[in-house]
Design a protein around this ligand. Structure first.
Ligand code: DHB
Ligand code: FE
Length: 280
């Protein structure tokens, strides 16, 4: 049977992708960010997951604003990097896992979570930057990826509680898949940031650190945070943090925090990272 062995949270700031693509990772501004992921890269290379489910948001790239699914699951065999205005990022095409993805779609939809099934989808920095942070700059991604896109772009996004419960349904789906697969789940985006308006550049480290603490030891407490609170305390784009609750919902109540990293800023954003081992 397939098992979710770990959850990984990480920011997905597009400038991190640009730093990699333009060969700037050795600049002091960027070593501060990338050094924080070195141990995690070694950890995941040793762990060798068979599949990663990556919960991320599309930034009006693949879907545009014509069509905004609340939850969209990538069931295709592959996902090309999207053109976000400067041509597609020079990263490998992302391989999918159609068999497990369609199994998850069937299980969670029958559990009354109405996912949109995507049999063709491009992926933006929300997905490719986290892959780079954990797997590095590679010619080929090391395992199949199942993208799960969450709407945090146009109001109303799903609540944190809905995201957490979707995580639980995903766990049930994975554990009913007969093949022995070592699965990891990523929650991406955040932490606090605001990229436009009078508060552009707003960051709240106190809030971010409490969120990371809660993620490990009181996730149910985090599910009570309302949209307006994310907006006020974590900036207009801080709502991306609800996606970390899908990841957390897919794990045990008790998990072991094996890694945490936090630095301010990358571009406009507080970079947060956590690894939660689910085998305790
Ligand atoms: C920034 C961060 C994001 O998460 C994003 O999607 C776009 C921009 C930023 O910090 O500039
Ligand atoms: Fe984003």
């Amino acid at each position: 049977m397939a098992r979710i062995v770990a959850g990984i949270g990480t920011s997905h700031v597009p400038a991190i992708g640009a730093a990699i693509d333009l060969g700037k990772t050795q600049e002091p501004y960027w070593t501060r960010v990338f050094d924080g992921f070195e141990e995690s890269k070694t950890w995941i290379a040793n762990e060798k997951p068979d599949v990663c489910i990556v919960v991320y948001n599309d930034h009006a790239t693949a879907f545009s604003v014509d069509l905004i699914p609340t939850f969209a699951l990538g069931c295709a065999a592959e996902f090309p990097p999207a053109d976000e205005g400067w041509g597609p990022r020079p990263v490998p095409v992302v391989p999918g896992h159609p068999k497990l993805a369609t199994h998850i779609a069937q299980s969670v939809i029958l559990d009354e979570f109405d996912l949109t099934i995507c049999n063709k989808m491009e992926v933006d920095h929300g997905l490719t930057v986290p892959l780079n942070l954990l797997f590095g700059k590679v010619d080929k991604w090391p395992c199949p990826i199942i993208p799960l896109a969450v709407n945090v772009v146009q109001f109303p996004p799903p609540t944190g509680n809905r995201c957490y419960n979707l995580g639980k349904a995903i766990r049930k789906a994975v554990e009913s898949y007969p093949e022995d697969l070592k699965v990891m789940i990523f929650g991406t985006g955040g932490l606090s940031h605001q990229i436009s308006g009078p508060r552009a550049g707003f960051i709240n480290s106190h809030w971010d650190k409490n969120f990371l603490d809660g993620l490990t030891s009181d996730p149910v407490g985090l599910t009570k945070i309302r949209h307006v609170e994310y907006m006020r305390e974590a900036g207009a784009e801080g709502i991306e943090m609800v996606m970390w609750l899908v990841m957390r919902g897919a794990l045990n109540d008790d998990v072991k925090e094996v890694r945490r990293f936090y630095t301010v800023p990358a571009s406009n954003t507080a970079v947060g990272h956590i690894i939660l081992d689910n085998r305790t």
